[in-house]
Design a protein around this ligand. Structure first.
Ligand SMILES: [Fe+2]
Length: 299
């Protein structure tokens, strides 16, 4: 029996996807594949390209594992979705698209992120109009993954362009929330806002309590094993930073104080430049080599 058949048997409710997840250890990123068990169409969320920053070298071991799975299961990749422009890893979406097809999609407010970081990097080659993403989703828009319907929910705060993808009773929520024992995303990147994140999380908490939230990261507090799925109810009851009892003022005060103590992610400089280009490297210079910039004393 194939992996999909086994997974489909484990998912009892009609209209819900089968979800296969890979965990990228270096960036603590959970990459999810949403699979329609009826048609074997699928969508990949937040893929990761391996990157050795010291050497300036990209590698594809992680992406190749995903490609091997999709080919072995006979799946048709419709979408390469991003929940936001990540600051901690490079997207593998263009590499996987080249191998398997599919369209790269993100929230329409990526245009705002391109403007902010286009200025930070003082780089006219960074588009400001949403290119080269294939699809910019607006809040509430729906789209198909085979016979499954996915709905886009704009969830800004961590970044202006963050979205969650809701499919049946599964929601793929990016960095808005981490596991209940770890909390919420930082809000101190350019364009971030703790008030805005509070209201985005309230939108997620208004989903049915049994909704499974699939997270983008897990940092394994206390040395426990990595986890990336929990329910709305579990978050509302137990999120250590933002649960059903937390007021907006309490959350914002906490988030500002915590964010002031955090270091920048190790890969923010390369990640943002690549990810706001939908995972593509900057245009090669006349020697055929692509270069990334480092803004001094800016971030
Ligand atoms: Fe993020």
């Amino acid at each position: 029996m194939s992996t999909i058949a086994e997974l489909a048997a484990a998912f009892e409710r009609i209209g819900n996807p089968v979800v296969q997840t890979w965990f990228h250890q270096q960036s603590s990123t959970a990459c999810h594949c949403i699979i329609d068990p009826a048609t074997h169409h699928c969508a990949l969320i937040d893929s990761v390209l391996d990157f050795d920053y010291a050497a300036g070298h990209t590698h594809t071991q992680f992406a190749d594992r995903i490609i091997t799975f999709i080919k072995a299961e006979g799946l048709k990749l419709d979408w390469l979705l991003e929940t936001h422009a990540h600051a901690d890893h490079l997207s593998a979406a263009p590499y996987i698209k080249q191998q398997l097809g599919g369209r790269i999609g993100i929230g329409e407010h990526i245009k705002d992120v391109q403007k902010v970081f286009g200025d930070v990097f003082h780089d006219d080659s960074i588009p400001r109009d949403g290119r080269p993403f294939d699809k910019l989703f607006i809040d509430g828009e729906t789209f198909a993954i085979g016979e499954l319907r996915a709905r886009v929910m704009h969830t800004p705060g961590h970044t202006p362009a963050c979205v969650a993808y809701v499919v049946g009773e599964d929601a793929f929520v990016g960095d808005t929330l981490f596991m209940p024992d770890y909390g919420t995303a930082r809000c101190d990147f350019p364009g971030g806002n703790a008030h805005t994140l509070y209201h985005s999380v309230q939108r997620l908490y208004s989903l049915p309590p049994q909704t499974r939230l699939h997270l983008c990261h897990d940092y394994m507090p206390g040395g426990r094993a990595a986890q990336w799925v929990c329910t709305v109810q579990e978050q509302r009851e137990g999120n250590v930073q933002l649960n059903a009892r937390t007021t907006e003022d309490e959350f914002v005060a906490f988030r500002k104080q915590r964010d002031a103590q955090l270091d920048m992610p190790a890969l923010i400089v390369p990640s943002v430049q690549v990810n706001i280009r939908a995972g593509e490297m900057p245009p090669a210079e006349d020697n055929g080599v692509s270069y990334l910039k480092v803004p001094i004393n800016v971030l």
